[in-house]
Design a protein around this ligand. Sequence first.
Ligand code: NAD
Length: 496
Amino acid sequence: MLEQGHQYVDGGFRRGSHDGTHDVVNPATGEVLTRADLATPDDVDAAVAAATRAQAEWGRATPGERAAALTSLAAVMSERAEEYAQAETAQAGKPIKLAREFDVPGSIDNVSFYAGAARNLEGRASAEYDGAHTSVIRREPVGVVASIAPWNYPLQMAVWKVMPAIAAGNTIVLKPAEITPITSLMLAEDCTRAGLPNGVVNVLNGPGRVVGEAMVAHPGVRMTSFTGSTPVGQRIMELASGTVKRVHLELGGKAPFVVFDDADLDAAVQGAVAGALINTGQDCTAATRAYVQRPLYDAFVQGVADVMRTVRLGDPTDPSTDQGPLVSVKQRDSVAGYVERARGYGAKVVVGGRAPDGELAKGAYYEPTLVIDVAQDSEIVQQELFGPVLVVLPFDTDDEGIALANDTPFGLAASAWSRDTFRTLRASREIQAGCVWINDHIPIISEMPHGGYKASGFGKDMSQYSFDEYTQVKHVSFDITGEPRKDWHRTIFGDR
Ligand code: NAD
């Protein structure tokens, strides 16, 4: 399929009109998987035109018809689940067991969820709120949506963007990250195979600064939904203001992991390693800062170090590999830079802190890393580094633990660990984040919203709440008096 081009517009593959190409590289080996053609603003015009043509009809399809198309899409994707998993592992370097057990089934579940959700739009009851009119709420599609996705979970992020948009009757132009376009293109192809009309789902592959910006600024696009870093999100908001577009931003994270002194230490240790290293730490909700109440601090650091040392780094296609490479050498070097600088300001690296030698040196590998003895205001605690690195800091009082958890610009996700209901309830109320897990860290489900507080953005992916982003609410008011002269007219002319 990729021989026909790396753009998917109006129900078919085509080549981008850019002169250059971009190599999609397997980060485990450095091998070029495909030399991808790139889109330009001309392709953006063509994709928006296709999406606009398709929207008129798709917006009028019944919820049942849209649900049937998504049910069929879930079935088509299930038939090639293994192909999706292999492609995701090849382009992003993620361990095949994660792709098989998390990325792909999670994505298909999300498609199925939206097949059901499409038939359950919610609003206030129709009624005669003022006695003289019947008020009715309509929930309507916004129109053409332009969505931009990151590289860390390419298929899941594409699904999270596309499904709520089209379930609600919008059409979409999606731009995956140019380093991981393959599974988004497969998804677009499967939409056509599942019977979705041409132009409902379009995918453009190209550089963010050119294609992404042209999509966000396009006057034919009514909404933009972005998942990626906070600085790019700020730029998107700025650009969207030119055409007063609706904006939905899912941005960076720096999730705290707060362990109170009555926590189950073994559970917290295992949860911290899993929460920090999932997807090689390239997860916006990954546990990145563990705050541990002083009585448990030493044992926690020791326990995490012991478990981290058991993590098997290796070929991501091997089912026994726990951790593959990072997504690129550039990303690996960026992570290594954070750890090097931390060493420079006095941090102690308890485990890892280096790229492995030998066979793995040809890939973008970095060892699972545990860092302690850093100050709360240091870069490694404050900034999102997006790699397999956990920092641990001690705290004394409950108030201090919660204050430290809230002390970064981000607010995407957090967890609190304790056996005491009052402590966990208090933490869930006071930690400023879009999701707080209690005695676990990471699990997500299609039925529940995902989205940030503070610099982590606004708006929700997944769940019925996503329809608040992808629909607009219209109030329709019917006069029921039938009187030519309404009572309220006296305030404008004449008397009662
Ligand atoms: P990024 O911001 O560099 O890129 C994201 C996407 O934006 C890519 O498709 C890129 O091509 C595009 N882009 C870049 N510059 C652009 C511009 N000027 N205009 C329009 N588009 C532009 O992020 P990334 O490095 O691909 O992904 C990692 C980031 O994504 C992390 O910050 C992570 O926390 C975040 N993320 C957030 C969530 C969430 O749900 N909050 C989920 C996954 C990833």
